[in-house]
Design a protein around this ligand. Structure first.
Ligand SMILES: [Mn+2]
Length: 286
């Protein structure tokens, strides 16, 4: 774990992570592509959960596992345990940015609706509290007079994120999928370009990708056929038991004690049943 409380260190990691993310060799437009060697570990929403992140780092052991990649998304906006507790999910964000800097070829980050909402200043309220303001207050608590500088680095990092990743063995990973009602207007070419301001605004395809809900097995099957996908792995919808399955879709959650992650070997084909059986609980990691 790095010391995340020094503003210069935090900004350095966030700026470098943003640049690495934009220049990832396996990125084209807003899509990351993985070949048929090694392993990818997919996670669900993390929402500031440092305990699960530490377990993820221990499981991945990237210092001795150069063939392993790991994908993270929705890192910010933690649910405070009490209403007077601060949201310090900035700590996880900076830790993950530092991990990306340390292992640029192994650590990958995806755009998510909470990151996008914070970037665009679009309010999300939970139980009457403003999650955007709580996040900003957490940054202020951590960095004091340098909070604005750190927030600027945070926004630069959010703006750099790709939208999705796909593997040679047919697995497609992203934060969510568009609402079935938006399928007709969803522009699949969004994956081939850097997301534009219009893509990221309400009605845009990047926006609808990270915000979508209400997926039925039929809707997932439609997208799977259209995009040539064997299985979709996403987060976004809270899962008390760690994960849920909707046809070819597995929804993972990594933000609580029953959280899970999913290691995938890239050299073999999987059915969705096999992927489901490979889901691991964070509690199983020493
Ligand atoms: Mn989400």
């Amino acid at each position: 774990m790095i010391d995340v409380t020094v503003a210069e260190t935090a900004c350095g990691h966030l700026h470098e992570a943003a640049q690495l993310s934009r220049e990832d060799p396996n990125r084209t437009g807003s899509l990351l592509t993985f070949g048929s060697a090694g392993q990818v570990v997919m996670t669900g929403d993390m929402h500031g959960h440092l305990g699960n992140f530490e377990k993820l780092q221990r499981f991945c052991a990237l210092e001795r596992s150069p063939g392993r990649s790991v994908i993270l998304h929705e890192l910010i906006h933690q649910e405070p345990e009490a209403s007077d507790q601060p949201d310090l999910s900035i700590d996880l964000l900076v830790q993950v940015a530092a991990w990306k800097c340390q292992f640029p070829d192994n650590v990958f980050l995806l755009q998510s609706n909470h990151e996008l909402a914070q970037l665009r200043g679009q309010e999300i309220t939970k139980g009457g509290r403003s999650v955007l303001r709580d996040f900003e207050q957490g940054v202020a608590l951590r960095y004091g007079a340098q909070a604005e500088t750190v927030l600027a680095a945070v926004y630069k990092y959010f703006a750099s994120l790709p939208l999705a990743a796909r593997t040679a063995n047919g697995v497609f990973m992203c934060h969510s999928l568009p609402d079935p009602l938006a399928f007709d207007v969803f522009d699949e070419a969004v994956f081939e370009r850097e997301p534009t301001a219009d893509d990221l605004a309400p009605g845009g395809s990047a926006y609808s990708l990270v915000w979508g809900r209400f997926h039925s097995a039929d809707a997932v099957e439609y997208l799977a056929q259209r995009w040539g996908v064997e299985a979709f792995l996403i987060g976004h919808t809270p899962q008390e038991d760690g994960y849920a399955r909707v046809g070819r879709l597995l929804i993972l959650a990594s933000d609580h004690a029953h959280g899970v992650f999913l290691p995938i070997d890239l050299s073999r084909k999987y059915t969705v049943d096999e992927l489901e059986r490979n889901i691991r609980k964070f509690v199983s990691v020493e």
